[in-house]
Write a protein that binds this ligand. Sequence first.
Ligand SMILES: Cc1cc2nc3c(=O)[nH]c(=O)nc-3n(C[C@H](O)[C@H](O)[C@H](O)COP(=O)(O)OP(=O)(O)OC[C@H]3O[C@@H](n4cnc5c(N)ncnc54)[C@H](O)[C@@H]3O)c2cc1C
Ligand code: SF4
Length: 484
Amino acid sequence: MADPKGFLTTRERELPPRRPVAIRLMDWKEVYEQGDTATVRKQAGRCMDCGIPFCHQGCPLGNLIPEWNDLMWRGEGRQAIERLHATNNFPEFTGRLCPAPCESSCVLGINQPAVTIKQVEVSIIDQAFANDWVEPHPPERLTGKTVAVVGSGPAGLAAAQQLTRAGHTVAVFERDDRIGGLLRYGIPDFKMEKKHLESRLRQMQAEGTRFRANVNIGVDISWPDLRARYDAVVVATGALVPRDLPIPGRDLAGVHFAMEYLVQQNRVGAGDTVHDQITAEGKHVVVLGGGDTGADCIGTAHRQQALSVTNLAIGIQPPTERTEQHPWPMVPNLFEVSSAHEEGGERIFLASTIEFLANEMGEVRAIRVAETEYIDGRRVPRAGTEREIPADLVLLALGFTGTEGQSLGDQLRLPFERGNVERDDDYQTSEAGIFVAGDAGRGQSLIVWAIAEGRAAAASVDRYLEGETELPSPVRPTDRAIGI
Ligand SMILES: Cc1cc2nc3c(=O)[nH]c(=O)nc-3n(C[C@H](O)[C@H](O)[C@H](O)COP(=O)(O)OP(=O)(O)OC[C@H]3O[C@@H](n4cnc5c(N)ncnc54)[C@H](O)[C@@H]3O)c2cc1C
Ligand code: SF4
């Protein structure tokens, strides 16, 4: 157990400071400063090593949290990273980006602030990279079997790493010009700098995983051809079809899907030139939608020096404390103030957008909104409450409806369910040898789930190819951590 009295002597939860807003808005670097080791160790020492560690259940990967808290508290960083890597291929992603459902189910959280699990996690992996403890683990023998992984987001990468280490020859196909999926072109640098992705890709390449960027499966190579060339295929194509808002004025210049905007900024951050970049500079920006994607748009717009940023959510403002509907150890739906919200802008809840209004040049100049009212469970604009909000740039961050599956459906006749590819409890589709992992199967979700599914799908692929497997299988497609 970590410090037996730690939770009594250190009652406060302490995280590294966020850089001052005025400074961090001048660059694209990560918001958090590096945590100092003494504080992280003290925080890890608050872990009580509970008889039933509910945090295991809260983490979709089943991370062995009390074990690495203990090792970190003892200063045994090298062993800590081994325990962490035993269940999580990419703690540098989750340690920065995970909403940490584990912390919602931390037993200490019943009557004290929860252990800073996510911060301990990222400190372990950052220390490991800094000390060159993250080494390649190439397989001892090759099986002679080949696997194609389509899509290079966290699900595809996790599946590829597991299968490469199991001795299969794995190629990851990605239609974008760079590897990484949403880690590369969705999530802005101020949440995770791309150097962390590059470090992990170097390890994977050294282990033998092959990366093929700029290959659109279904177009450059047909799905049946790919299947014929490889012994198994993992579909990890994400859920990137954006939800639209088909109201009057939707076609006006200046109304864009969030991902059109975020991808361009990520490209610029990578050193590319983007002609006619959609930028918030000098504009009144309205972001529709209150999730992660919306927050990323807000942070990006502020760094591009928007005149104003307004964030509209159609629903009610969530509570700041747990309610009876979400008792411990469930993940509560709480009002979240992310680093992007802290940087400015106005958040308006119960706002129904009715229309985008044009100027004489056919560009958006404002949006018309009304208060949301609930009638028979439906959300409708309340008559008589309409007003205009100035807007030169509108970003739609309303979620995603499923995977871009037309070529999969047309060429392989795979059945879909609510926009996602159907699979059984072994992640296998109706077509033998074709598996699905991550958002392509479960719908837009979280990085931690994508990694968990990538690992589990890899175990199923290995069993399909070899008849048995030693790869761990953290989750079934139907599994859900408490409350997520
Ligand atoms: C803006 C934004 C911010 C987010 N922030 C967070 C966050 O902070 N924390 C968190 O936990 N989650 C976050 N999420 C959700 C998270 O990023 C996703 O759940 C996760 O990336 C899903 O991983 P994946 O591997 O299934 O798919 P993706 O990461 O979407 O990767 C799929 C890849 O497949 C490629 N592809 C698709 N079709 C083909 C084809 N036919 N041929 C070749 N390649 C193809 C795509 O180009 C893409 O690169 C965010 C999502 C968005 C959109
Ligand atoms: S991956 Fe997420 S849920 Fe799991 S231990 Fe890390 S922060 Fe917690």
